[in-house]
Design a binder for this molecule. Structure first.
Ligand SMILES: [Zn+2]
Ligand SMILES: [Zn+2]
Length: 273
């Protein structure tokens, strides 16, 4: 019996003798199955074929990505906050060096994930570091490998501890979550957004989509709600889901103007007629 991993989205499945016939996440309209068809691997095989790469951003924030790229290609973030260490979002690869390095930095106290496309091997990470995984209950149907380490939360916000808050924005997924760290960016505040708020390729704007690979937009009302969910929070930097997707300095103003541009574009007003 093995826990198979989808090679397209990186989701690890409950134990089975044979690989699942389909990946439910990739068959759904927000993802895709590549032309070669569905293929599977395992966590153990990935340990031999992949290593992880690290990138230190500001003090206390380190990106962790798979090398070579795997699945959707996102990098996770390791946050060293005053109240504890957090793994934000997740990847399917966890090599021995990564375990040694993170243990040397005090381990992981909590794992939180923006949405199901990044659930990947969350249970393996949770077991390796004896950590809980905080997921929004609205996306529970997309948990492909359940485990007692998973803690579902409900409602609009969930404080992990002082100064660290999970915020439900919705949009891309009903439970789409971002993390706010008040002490990040030298006390000016950080938002880790996954692709619930996507840092655009120019790193000057954010965008919001139901499906990125299949180009399905969100409604004006939904995007306005995302802006409102973040209104009470102060932040200077937004970390998106790829290594190079960071908006630093005036990220809150960028969010506000990006919501306004998106709404104008989908409603056909203010130059987008
Ligand atoms: Zn998949
Ligand atoms: Zn996604």
């Amino acid at each position: 019996m093995l826990h198979f991993i989808c090679t397209t989205c990186g989701a690890q499945y409950a134990q089975s003798d044979e690989p699942p016939r389909q990946c439910l996440i990739c068959e759904e309209e927000r993802q895709y199955v590549p032309p070669r068809g569905q293929t599977w691997t395992t966590f153990a095989a990935l340990r031999n074929s992949h290593t992880n790469t690290f990138r230190q951003y500001d003090d206390g924030i380190i990106g962790i990505g798979s090398t070579p790229a795997f699945g959707i290609g996102q990098r996770a973030l390791f946050l060293r906050t005053a109240g504890g260490n957090i793994l934000w979002d997740c990847i399917a690869t966890l090599d021995a060096a990564t375990v040694t390095l993170i243990e040397g930095l005090g381990g992981i106290d909590a794992i939180a994930i923006s949405h199901p496309h990044f659930y990947t091997a969350m249970v393996e990470w949770a077991h390796a570091f004896d950590a809980r995984v905080y997921l929004h209950a609205a996306d529970r149907q997309w948990i492909m490998r359940n485990d007692p380490a998973i803690a579902l939360w409900d409602g609009e916000t969930k404080p992990l501890w002082d100064g660290v808050t999970l915020i439900r924005c919705g949009g891309h997924f009903a439970g789409g979550t971002v993390l706010h760290w008040a002490g990040g960016a030298g006390g000016r505040g950080v938002v880790c957004s996954g692709d619930i708020l996507t840092v655009a390729t120019d790193r000057k704007w954010l965008t919001f989509m139901r499906s990125y690979p299949n180009f399905i937009p969100l409604s004006a009302r939904t995007v306005e709600r995302i802006g409102l969910a973040l209104k009470p929070f102060a932040f200077a930097t937004i970390y998106g889901h790829y290594f190079d997707r960071v908006i630093a300095g005036d990220a809150k103003a960028v969010l506000e103007k990006s919501v306004a541009r998106y709404v104008a574009a989908v409603e056909g007003t203010r130059g987008y007629e």
